[in-house]
Design a protein around this ligand. Structure first.
Ligand code: SF4
Ligand code: SF4
Length: 122
């Protein structure tokens, strides 16, 4: 029921269970999945069990200026650090990241991916 309720189509059935694909699109935390669940099992605290990380595939690493991820992040979790001799580098503050995936959905280089929300990643 949650899969059908999600307006962003980021929930799928995998091996008979519901799974979230954090790279299929952005979670807007609309709460439709939780509202549709007759068992009340979906946490609605506005954070996922993952955070995002920016990989070396980022266009900036190749000297191409880009601030797309910074511009779309609703939590202002991505900032651009000035550096000598190249475009500003994006930095992602995992402690502010909800895992909504707005950044990964918008990244033109497919450079942002989800990792588990564990102390070494936050
Ligand atoms: S949107 Fe992608 S390519 Fe652009 S700065 Fe962010 S990580 Fe780099
Ligand atoms: S997943 Fe969402 S909150 Fe986290 S950095 Fe990307 S856009 Fe910002």
């Amino acid at each position: 029921m949650c899969v059908d309720a999600c307006p962003e189509h980021i929930l799928h059935i995998t091996k008979g269970l519901v799974a979230l694909d954090p790279e299929a699109g952005e979670c807007t935390f609309c709460g439709e999945c939780a509202a549709a669940c007759p068992e009340g099992v979906i946490a609605a605290d506005g954070a996922m069990a993952h955070v995002m990380q920016i990989s070396d595939d980022c266009l900036v690493k190749a000297g191409i200026a880009c601030m797309t991820c910074r511009d779309v992040c609703p939590e202002t979790a991505i900032s651009m650090r000035p550096r000598i001799g190249g475009p500003f580098l994006p930095e992602l503050d995992a402690t502010s990241c909800t895992g909504c995936a707005a950044c990964s959905a918008a990244c033109p280089a497919d450079a942002i991916h989800a990792v588990e929300r564990v102390p070494e990643n936050v």
